[in-house]
Design a protein around this ligand. Structure first.
Ligand code: ADP
Ligand code: GLC
Length: 495
């Protein structure tokens, strides 16, 4: 038996404590599966306003209380607290970096008033990274692997590799950096650099300097021992063009030998139509008669009429350019001429919120829209819809299409990133198909895919066969967790 590994998993959001998107789902699920494999994996994240001490049984750690952390000429106090992420099988230790001024706000990253990032996001995440290092030093806990996620934790890579290069605790530590979305890079003015305390050599084009600014994601890419992204297709796309690499494509290409795509899994305990606590009727691939009850409940919730013959198309998403909302906007009227209903849950860019609300107002029997973030409703939409629309411009992995497949809700997607790696077109491949796929990012192509889906829905027998296939696919974390552990071990073998 190879020796169990110690792994610190650093993430800016983790389900059930705080979530804005898929990173939280991944961070709440992957560490549990790695723990079940016998490794000592611990998570560290910021303690936001949603992270209630009482609800999550969080306690103080005396040694880690009021640690002074300097950011430029300011000194902030950092206290690290602890709790566990539990499921029926395991317990994973979670550390929370707390400082109420920095983290207890109405949103994780964005000021709802301006819809822009908080102006001190650089301080907030430099503070986070410095606190992570202090925590490990004070605990004397030696991680074999530090696993970073996205820009918020990326500068830990140069910190460990330069400022702490001689620190015995990190002597053999390897750093893995996972990119969940290359569009969000953490770019700040050049004077942010001083606040990191990193040596000047890091502020160069070979380090984190980026067109005269600092770029946190770039820092992670330059200093990590290995880079992963969340699907095979996305790992290639980001090397190809600015549309995917957002200016970092050259670096992704340069690092291609240390870069791989590992497809995300899904938490099959949380997203399970057989015992989902958020839906009124349970069902399985053997008997999906319960699905129609969920459809009725969903339509009732949106005050839309039920008609057995009319398919419901669900959408749950951040309402941002990435998700293909401009294509939807261009063809919504045409889609509504088809026999279908559309329900949407999301929040984000104002123009999309308004466009959808206007459509609901105009089409009272056909369109339901809820602006906001609602975990329970997201589950009901997965269970109650017949199809799920995700026409993303780019999609590093995408989790909702996997949830949809598991709920027998056939996804309509664009062939990009993880969508291309998980959904098979039913018209092209009638024996294996589990959804509808279009290639070019063009509105007529989207409309064509929706038309094909609505038409296919009329053929009950084939539709149900496709549902069964969709529900039988295995998107659990086990396979991908093995790949991460394999990667960790491979890195640790290298001197
Ligand atoms: P991304 O991380 O780019 O937003 P993913 O498909 O990977 O996309 O993950 C999105 C996650 O966030 C899913 O679990 C989805 O159900 C959830 N989600 C997105 N918007 C909302 C919302 N408005 N209400 C509830 N859940 C949402
Ligand atoms: C990002 C991506 C999404 C991915 C998620 C988890 O938010 O946009 O495609 O599924 O991270 O990796």
């Amino acid at each position: 038996m190879p020796k169990p590994l110690s792994i610190l998993y650093v993430s800016s959001e983790v389900v059930p404590f705080a979530k804005t998107g898929g990173l939280a789902d991944v961070s709440g699920a992957l560490p549990q599966v790695i723990r079940e494999m016998g490794h000592d994996i611990r998570i560290i994240m910021p303690k936001y306003a949603t992270v209630s001490d009482r609800k999550f049984k969080i306690h103080d750690i005396k040694r880690l209380t009021d640690m002074p952390i300097e950011i430029g000429d300011k000194t902030y106090l950092s206290s690290v607290k602890s709790s566990f992420l539990t499921n029926i099988r395991t317990k994973v230790q979670v550390y929370f970096v707390s400082n109420d001024d920095l983290y207890c706000r109405s949103d994780l990253y964005i000021d709802p008033k301006t819809k822009e990032g908080w102006p001190d996001n650089d301080d907030r995440f430099i503070f986070f990274c410095k606190s992570v290092i202090e925590t490990m030093l004070l605990l004397g806990w030696k991680p074999d692997i530090i696993h970073l996620n996205d820009w918020q934790s990326a500068i830990l890579a140069p910190m460990i590799k330069t400022m702490y290069a001689k620190e015995p605790l990190f002597k053999n530590t390897k750093i893995v950096f996972t990119i969940h979305n290359a569009a969000y890079q953490g770019i700040f003015p050049a004077d942010t650099f001083e606040k990191t305390d990193l040596p000047q050599k890091v502020m160069t084009p070979d380090g984190m300097e980026y067109h005269g600014n600092v770029n946190f994601m770039k820092a992670g890419l330059q200093y990590a021992d290995y880079i992963t992204t969340v699907s095979k297709t996305y790992s290639k796309e980001i090397q190809e063009s600015n549309d995917f690499g957002f200016g970092l494509e050259g670096i992704f290409k340069k690092k291609s030998r240390k870069l791989t795509g590992i497809l995300n899994g899904m938490d099959t305990d949380v997203w399970n139509p057989e015992d989902d606590e958020h839906i009124p009727a349970h069902y399985s691939k053997k008997d999906f008669s319960g699905k129609v009850e969920n459809k009725k409940a969903l339509l009732e919730r949106f005050k839309l009429p039920y008609d057995e013959k009319v398919p419901v198309i669900g959408i749950v998403t951040r309402l941002v350019d990435q998700k293909g909302l401009d294509l939807i906007e261009k063809r919504l009227d045409n889609m509504l001429k088809l026999k279908c209903q559309i329900v949407v849950l999301g929040s984000g860019q104002k123009e999309y919120e308004k466009m959808l609300q206007a459509a609901a107002k105009k089409n009272k029997k056909q369109v339901g829209v809820e602006i906001g973030f609602d975990e329970a409703l997201a589950h009901l939409i997965e269970a109650g819809s017949d199809m799920f629309l995700m026409p993303s411009k780019y999609e590093p992995c995408g989790l909702n299409q996997m949830y949809s497949l598991r709920y027998g809700t056939l996804p309509i997607v664009r062939a990009t990133g993880g969508l291309a790696d998980t959904v098979i077109d039913l018209n092209e491949n009638p024996k294996k198909g589990n959804g509808f796929v279009f290639d070019e990012y063009k509105a007529p192509k989207l409309l064509d895919a929706v038309k094909r889906a609505v038409k296919a829905y009329g053929d009950r027998e084939n539709w149900e066969a496709a549902m069964k296939r969709a529900m039988s696919a295995d998107f659990s974390w086990n396979r991908s967790a093995d790949k991460y552990v394999e990667l960790y071990r491979k890195l640790l073998k290298k001197k």
